[in-house]
Design a protein around this ligand. Structure first.
Ligand SMILES: Cc1cc2nc3c(=O)[nH]c(=O)nc-3n(C[C@H](O)[C@H](O)[C@H](O)COP(=O)(O)OP(=O)(O)OC[C@H]3O[C@@H](n4cnc5c(N)ncnc54)[C@H](O)[C@@H]3O)c2cc1C
Length: 399
């Protein structure tokens, strides 16, 4: 059955980014339609962990941007209609290599200057807080405002909040084409009919390049795979979430000497998140293997081995399942939050391993673009034009 309707803005993609964009647009008074071809959190947002982090950016403008994005979760916790399992216990960055201590200490000082709540534990303090920590772990830089959420509940909460503010939610709806008039978007074509609109937001994660191609827009996003192992319930293993410093190196694609060849090859780095159900999510890895989301036994083994190095008690903990997802990776590992050279077409995608963390701030910034407000920070480094793949963008609001 086909129909024709209108919307002030159409958001494509019901993951963390699309639901957040719809939420903030509706909150700011825009008549928005959110389209998802499956159910909400159908893509990468249901195949990830839920760390809301500032530990993975060196001091500088992007660090401040991530801090603001994180603060919004403390605010959203008060207004979202769904309990999204917000756990504000902080996250610790563990150091197991003397060579990394100086960088971590410099990071500590830099983050303190930027107003972050950070503390540095030496080995003894760490052992007091985490009796199960491995013998070779030297220090821990605590990001006390880092937190964790359940990403699927977050997506549902954001979508529900958008709906309560007048948004139209269309799940099980596939976007198949677009129509343009005089260089501006005029409608979105779906398998359930056409929607006339002046604004479209491509918030479709790793599928954004295909949607961009329908419009003649080049969106340089590649899938970068990650695994998550889920353990059985085990009490008292850890008090909060931890990540190793080597995670930052693996994320930057850097060679690491203090890991096995498999860990280096698969980009394996330790991540551990206790869930409210009593299980633990153990990660992670970074691999370019196309859209493959099948867990790979050799990768799982390397992740489990790395986990035992940091928390040896994991050796006595059973695995109950494993899943893999694909992160939307851009050439400079920064998201694209941007208008484009096509009038009324915006991109909100390419958040790699930070799409849950940066979902709310992305939603707010896209809403600012569409409402013509001046964003609260310089966003030029997240503009799609930085890659030089498209003609320069029209000024915002140009016909
Ligand atoms: C193993 C792993 C661990 C991670 N851990 C973290 C973490 O701890 N913290 C963090 O911040 N991030 C983490 N991430 C990254 C995070 O998951 C992603 O950055 C985020 O989920 C991307 O969200 P998105 O909304 O852009 O994309 P998606 O969640 O993939 O949503 C895109 C949606 O678009 C829909 N879509 C596509 N094409 C169409 C179409 N034609 N019509 C309609 N709908 C369409 C898809 O069905 C999909 O639901 C992790 C990722 C992985 C893989």
């Amino acid at each position: 059955m086909s129909s024709k309707r209108t919307a002030g803005a159409v958001v494509i993609g019901g993951g963390a980014i699309g639901t957040a964009v719809a939420c903030y647009l509706a909150k700011d008074g825009v008549d928005v339609t959110l389209i998802e071809r499956g159910e909400f959190a159908w893509g990468t947002s249901r195949r990830c962990e839920g760390h809301i982090v500032t530990y993975d950016t060196a001091p500088g403008p992007h660090s401040v941007f991530c801090k603001r994005g994180q603060e919004m979760f403390y605010e959203a916790q008060k207004f979202l209609p769904v309990d999204f399992d917000f756990q504000p216990e902080g996250i610790g960055l563990l150091v197991d290599d003397e060579n990394h201590l100086e960088t971590v200490k410099a990071n500590f000082e830099g983050k303190k200057k930027e107003g972050f709540d950070v503390t540095l534990w030496d080995r003894e303090e760490l052992k007091q807080h985490e009796p199960n920590i491995g013998d070779d772990i030297l220090a821990c830089l605590n990001f006390n405002n880092d937190c964790t959420v359940n990403p699927m509940r977050l997506c549902y909460g954001l979508a529900k909040h958008a709906e309560a503010n007048g948004a139209t939610l269309m799940s099980r709806t596939n976007v198949t084409d677009f129509r343009m008039e005089k260089g501006r978007i005029s409608s979105v074509v779906t398998d359930k009919g056409e929607i006339m609109t002046e604004n479209v937001i491509l918030a479709s994660g790793i599928w954004t390049p295909q949607l961009g191609a329908m419009l003649g827009l080049n969106v340089p996003i590649r899938p970068r795979q990650g695994h998550v192992i889920v353990t059985e319930r085990s009490k008292g293993l850890v008090s909060k979430a931890y990540v190793e410093y080597g995670y930052l190196l693996a994320k930057g694609g850097e060679k690491r000497d203090n890991v096995t060849p498999d860990m280096d090859k698969f980009g394996v780095a330790f991540v551990l998140e206790p869930s409210s159900a009593g299980t633990h999510l153990l990660g992670g890895c970074r691999r370019f293997v196309g859209m493959d989301t099948r867990p790979h036994p050799a990768v799982m083994r390397a992740i489990a081995e790395r986990g035992q190095h940091f928390f040896p008690a994991l050796a006595d903990t059973r695995i109950i399942r494993c899943y893999a997802g694909v992160r939307p990776f851009t050439p400079d590992a920064k998201p694209i939050i941007s208008p484009t050279h096509l009038g009324g077409v915006y991109v909100a995608a390419g958040h790699e391993g930070n799409g849950i963390s940066l979902s709310l701030i992305t939603g707010k910034l896209i809403s600012d673009f569409i409402n013509g407000s001046t964003p609260e920070m310089d966003l030029s480094y997240m503009h799609i034009d930085r890659f030089g793949f498209n003609p320069p963008a029209l000024p915002i609001g140009a016909a």
